[in-house]
Each structure stands twice: as C-alpha cells, then as structure tokens.
Design a protein around this ligand. Structure first.
Ligand SMILES: *Cc1c(COP(=O)(O)O)cnc(C)c1O
Length: 412
C-alpha cells in the first residue's frame, strides 16, 4: 500500500523538485498534459513582455540587429541541439512540424533517385501522413508514394524500393517508443534515408541523433520544450548531407544573402537554408527563454524521474479496484515507452472531462484513450497521487456519466 508518507519522501528527495518553481502553474491544478502544451516558464513570460515592450516597442526595427532577432532561429536551434544529441550546426528553429516535414521529405526524395516510396506507420500522427499525401498529389505517385504498414511490420517492410522511412519516435497515442538506433541502422542497410519526428521525445527523454546516424529530424517547440502555444518547431539535418540537400520552400530567409535582394535564389550554407519566411520573433523569443530551464539539468535525470512517475501511476492504479476498468494501452516495459501512459476506456472522453472539472488536466485521444503525460520538470509525485485518487473517484462513483461531461468541443 502506497501511503502519503512515501509520496512525500519521493518529492523530498527528488533532484528535479526545485524546477517546478520555474513554472507559472495555476494553484490547485494538477497538469498532466505537458505532452500536448507545455506549461509556462516564468522566464518565457518575462521575455515575451520584454520583447514586446522594450524591443518591439522601443527599439523597433533596429532590434533585428541590436537584439539579434535575425540570429534567433540559429541560436534557438543550437539550444535544442544538446537535448537531442546533435553536435552544433545541424539544428535550426522554424515553422511548424508539418511545414518542416514537407521540406525534409522533398530533400530526402530528391536524394533517392529511382526510389519513390515513403514508408510510415498507419498510427503515426496524422499530420505526418497528410503531408506525404499532399506531396504525393503534388508530385504524382511515380515521384512520391506513401506506403503504410503496422508498427510490428516496419522492419520487414524495409526494402530497397523504399526511399524514405518516416517515423515518430514516441507514438502520440500509446506512448510506444521506437528503438531509434536499431531501426535507423536497419533502414540504412537498405539504402533508406530516415526522418524521425521527435514531437514527443525532444525534452522528454535523451535522444542521440548523431550517435544513431539519423539523417533528418523534426520536433515540436510547444510540447516538452514549453515554448508556448504554436511555438516554432525545429529541423535537424545531419552534417554529412548538408552539401547535397535542397529544399523547395526557397524563401528569402534561407537565401545566402537575403539583404542583397538578388532576384536569383541562392541557398544559404548548411541547415540555414531550411528557413523560409520571417520568423515570429515574439513566439521564438518565448521558446528561447523557455529552453533555459534545461540549462542546469540533463535529459537522463528527466528520463529517470519520468519513469518513476509512470511507475507510481501504475502502482496506484493497481491499488484502486475501480480503475481496473481502464486498460493500459501503453507498453509496460520502460525501454518501450515515452513519457506518458495511455489508458483505454469506452467512456474515456467523459472521464477526461470529469477529471478536468476536478482540476486534473489530462487529455483524450480518439477513439477511446485517456492520456496522462509526465513532465518531470513540473510534475511532482504528489501530483500523480492526487490525479489517480481523483480519477478513482470519477470512475468508482460514475461521475463521468453526468451530461455535462459528454459535450465535445473543437479541441480535445
Ligand atoms: C504535435 C505533433 C505534431 C504537430 O505538428 P505541427 O505542424 O507543428 O502542428 C506533429 N507530429 C507529431 C508526432 C506530433 O505529436
């Protein structure tokens, strides 16, 4: 039986406990949805105010130089790099994952003459599949053909007609974690280029892009990196490909010398050519400041605590009889799971709404998944304890049956 004393001990000896104070969390709220929208770091709040009133407000256009706005995509990219195991010069911050995937898919397909297949898994995050479908329409199937397989057939589907393997390292619904090293190596054996989507891994667990010899990657600024709603995403292009690659969204920010206003496009060196238009400076500044919360910690500490939070959650589930109505839809084994737990229940939507009404924020993913995300920088063991006991109350007392909890909004 886990008692409160045990929980308090876990929090008292947690090496990351002090990090919670760096976030502006509403009091009384248990936030288990940082895998969807990271919480607000005080540093980001302060920076946004400063950028708006001091930089934009007072220094106006001079800020591009005097506050180095122009270098922000590169600067933020270099701050993200160590979190994903990338040496300098390979990561840049820009646009959304969707747009960046378009650029990378085009780059990778152009490098694979004679091959047209983009292989992905059917339960990948839909935007990843949609972007390939759009490209297939644009280029025609002879140039780009989406091939879908189930998770368990990925390795068997790596044939020499596949140009690009596009996978998300941590499945957004189940939390299933791929073995990046093994899959990348197998793909390379067949001459396949690999694009990894790190939406649920960057800032959640240690990632070793360089060590795994990954070709390309994209990732999200607003989930575990806490950059704020719609924060810009990032792109990784391995150094060894940077002389070869081209990308089709050839906007002026990716030009070698944008301020020469040359009518002829000439791509910037390296990963810099993945910039397209003018970045949103307010949004990117928020992400820049938010990343500083990672400055004095390492991703192994984050991963260790994430797994302990998940273990506590599972142990608590086992203690409440009513919670056996929810079926674990995530892998049991730590090395196969990201930083979330998914539970299936036919009434998962209503359960989630009832929990939110009790100030425990988690989310629902169609068709029947309740997702509980662990963000070790600001999730305490007491948070998990409180969340599971409230969840038990909701399920045991059938609170979720109330009509109010059946109403669907646009965003779930
Ligand atoms: C959240 C998420 C995205 C988001 O894409 P945007 O274009 O940045 O909105 C993409 N892929 C995965 C796997 C995600 O989880």
């Amino acid at each position: 039986m886990i008692d409160l004393q045990h929980i308090q001990n876990l929090d008292a000896t947690d090496p990351l406990a002090h990090k919670k104070a760096e976030f502006d969390l509403p009091s009384g709220c248990v936030y288990l949805d940082g895998n969807s929208l990271g919480a607000l770091p005080f540093a980001a709040k302060k920076r946004v105010a400063e950028v708006v009133s001091e930089q934009w407000g007072k220094d106006l256009i001079k800020s591009w130089n005097c506050h180095q706005w122009i270098d922000l995509p590169q600067k933020v990219g270099e701050k993200i790099a160590p979190l994903i195991g990338a040496a300098p010069g390979q990561v840049i911050c820009c646009d959304s994952i969707s747009v960046n995937l378009f650029k990378l898919l085009c780059s990778a397909l152009a490098m694979q003459k004679g091959r047209n297949v983009v292989l992905s898994q059917g339960d990948n995050f839909p935007t990843d599949l949609y972007m390939v479908q759009g490209l297939q329409d644009l280029l025609g199937e002879t140039q780009c053909e989406l091939r879908i397989c189930a998770e368990e057939y990925i390795e068997q589907s790596l044939h020499s007609d596949v140009a690009v393997l596009l996978l998300t390292q941590v499945n957004f619904r189940s939390g299933q974690l791929h073995n990046m090293q093994r899959i990348t190596k197998l793909a390379h054996r067949h001459g396949i280029l690999v694009i990894w989507d790190l939406a649920h891994s960057a800032g959640a667990l240690p990632v070793q892009l360089d060590d795994c010899q990954v070709d390309f990657a994209v990732g999200c600024g607003y989930k575990y990196l806490n950059g704020g709603p719609g924060a810009p995403a990032f792109v990784y292009v391995a150094s060894r490909h940077q002389q070869t690659v081209k990308q089709p969204l050839t906007g002026w920010m990716g030009h070698r010398q944008p301020f020469r206003f040359d009518p002829e496009y000439s791509a910037a060196e390296g990963v810099h050519q993945y910039l397209s238009g003018t970045p949103s400076i307010v949004a990117m500044s928020a992400l820049d400041a938010a990343l500083d919360v990672f400055a004095d910690i390492n991703m192994h500490q984050v991963r260790t605590k994430s797994l302990l939070l998940a273990k506590l959650c599972l142990d608590l589930f086992a203690q409440y009889r009513a919670l056996s109505a929810l079926t674990l839809a995530s892998p049991m084994r730590n090395e196969e799971r990201g930083s979330q737990l998914a539970f299936a229940h036919p009434q998962a939507f209503a359960i989630c709404q009832a929990l939110i009404a009790q100030n425990v924020i988690c989310d629902f993913r169609a068709p029947d998944i309740l997702r509980i995300g662990f963000t070790p920088l600001y999730t305490s063991y007491a948070d998990v304890w409180l969340a599971v006991s409230r969840l038990n109350d909701v399920v045991e007392n059938k609170v979720f049956k109330e009509v109010a909890y059946q109403q669907h909004s646009k965003v779930t």
